[in-house]
Design a protein around this ligand. Structure first.
Ligand SMILES: Cc1ncc(COP(=O)(O)O)c(C=O)c1O
Length: 407
């Protein structure tokens, strides 16, 4: 049994009052995160890298933040870049990789991704790179290997795609896609932002070259994390000052420094996940990596039990079109459920739920090109309900009752 009481006690912003179902936009932070930010700012707000003990402790706390994210995604601490957001991290990465490319080289981007993993790469067209578009399948709203195949050739250097589509919640087989990209002699840059709050990210198992996520959607503070394979980050051109060495990773890719107090709060995320694992499965001899796998397995099961009744309800409503996967199967989707209603502007629906303290949302969610391809811009994009593991069956029941009146 999933222990919702234990889970929710770790999120001070959750209440019985509001049903927060807009979590793909951002999750409330963990209590441990809040406490660590307060502690750091109260006791350790000094400059890093000096000899005095206060500075040494503060330096260690920020480094511990990098290590915490590294543990979470199964990377080395020198493979983790922290920055203000994924958007900023990908822009930095695009600049940093530019010297590795030659005019005429090709980069593949999709028309399903959030613009973060598209725009920064498309801008390299001005540097002589050729951009090719991997279009999603209009029936399943998924990226497919068949769709990628004709785009790969001996000039392909990089393929950028999303692990999970933030607008429909479908999970891609990123490992298989990365394998194909590697066979073509190219690198893969994967957007894990919509995936990481729901499923275990293991960058080594995926064999990703670059993988990014937004920590403020994974129960942490407003930061982004970019994983890069060690040798690639070393090769990438730093965006700091000329005298910062190329081997100073991640420092050379963190211009202006990471926000110290936020980085220092990050160990609270693996701490929570391991505490939840122990609460659900007891203390055992499993490795930490195996325990992350296990606890995310439990999270996936609970999330599917939240998505199932909502999908079942939507399927019974005439005029409602679910976008993407219609089944709650946790192997195929996360509990981000999108739909449109025939004859209604999507912007009409969420405000009808506001007075009932049910927070959902409509729009294009920055997957602008996907909404364009679906022809949804003129009608307010889609309605999106995005659940997370701290949501309850009672909240979903409230949502369904409210939608029953609103649709
Ligand atoms: C799938 C996806 N990718 C990228 C981003 C951008 O993240 P950030 O806000 O950290 O720049 C978002 C934000 O909503 C997202 O949902």
């Amino acid at each position: 049994m999933f222990n919702l009481e234990f889970v929710r006690s770790h999120f001070p912003a959750l209440s019985d009052d509001w049903a927060l179902l807009d979590n793909a936009g951002g999750s409330p932070p963990l209590r441990g995160v809040i406490e660590r930010v307060r502690d750091y700012m109260s006791r350790w707000q000094v400059q890093l890298g000096a000899s005095y003990p206060l500075s040494a402790t503060a330096t260690e706390m920020v480094a511990e933040g990098h290590r915490a994210m590294a543990r979470l995604v199964n990377a080395g601490p020198d493979e983790i870049v922290l920055g203000p957001s994924s958007t900023m991290n990908v822009r930095i990465l695009a600049r940093a990789l530019l010297p590795m490319f030659s005019p005429g080289d090709e980069i593949v981007v999709t028309n399903l991704d959030h613009e973060t993993n598209v725009g920064a790469w498309r801008e390299l067209e001005a540097e002589g790179l050729r951009i090719r578009e991997w279009q999603f399948d209009s029936g399943t709203l998924r990226l497919t290997l068949e769709g990628l195949e004709p785009l790969l050739n001996d000039r392909t250097r990089l393929v950028c795609f999303t692990h999970c589509a933030n607008v429909v919640g479908s999970i891609h087989d990123a490992a298989a896609m990365i394998r194909r990209v590697h066979q073509a002699g190219a690198l893969a840059c994967v957007d894990g932002v919509a995936y990481a709050p729901h499923r275990r990210v293991d960058v080594k198992a995926l064999d990703a070259d670059f993988y990014f996520l937004s920590i403020y959607k994974v129960f942490g503070p407003h930061l982004g994390m970019l994983y890069g394979r060690r040798e690639l980050l070393r090769k990438a051109r730093g965006v700091k000052h000329f005298f910062i060495g190329e081997d100073e990773v991640p420092y050379k890719l963190e211009p202006g420094n990471v926000v110290h107090e936020l980085a220092a709060s990050l160990p609270a995320i693996p701490e929570y996940l391991l505490a939840l694992d122990e609460r659900l499965f007891g203390a055992g001899a499993l490795s930490e990596q195996a325990r992350f796998d296990r606890v995310f397995g439990a999270i996936a099961g609970h999330e599917a039990s939240l998505a199932a009744p909502l999908l079942d309800f939507l399927k019974t409503r005439s005029g409602v079109r679910i976008l993407g996967e219609r089944a709650a199967d946790p192997a195929l989707r996360v509990p981000t459920v999108a739909f449109v209603v025939e004859g209604r502007h999507s912007g009409e629906i969420p405000p009808l739920l506001d007075p009932q303290k049910i927070a959902i949302r409509f729009g294009h969610f920055y997957a602008y090109r996907a909404m364009e391809a679906l022809g949804l811009h003129g009608r307010g994009g889609e309605v999106r309900v995005s659940m997370a593991h701290y949501n309850t069956p009672a909240e979903v029941a409230r949502l369904i009752a409210a939608l029953d009146r609103a649709l």
